[in-house]
Design a protein. Sequence first.
Length: 128
Amino acid sequence: MKKLLIAAIFLIAGPAFADPAVGVWKTIPDDNGIYGHIDISKCGEKICGILVSSYETDGTPYTSENTGKQLMWDMVNQGGGKYGKGKVWSPDRDKTYSGKLVLSGNTMTVKGCVLGICRDGGVWTRVK
């Protein structure tokens, strides 16, 4: 009975402790016109993201060699919808950026910098 009660508490309280960035996010099209769905999840105390699927601009599925690869890692929730101190890899440019995210409801603004050169990763939208 005690184990059942503990399990019930974790099932009920679990979502309350979930990071608001956790979920599947649609990116903006890259330099090649391809966008992706990134599954963002908790990785210990930080968040990370893996490319789970890719699409052409018209929504046609696209077979990407990067499916299953980690595109975001070590992002720290800094409060107030802001995340930083992590890295974001952009496959279309094969560059890794120091990432910054700003979460607002079901949208996430993504930015990254490398050696003082910054790139706007656009506004991603939550898929689920």
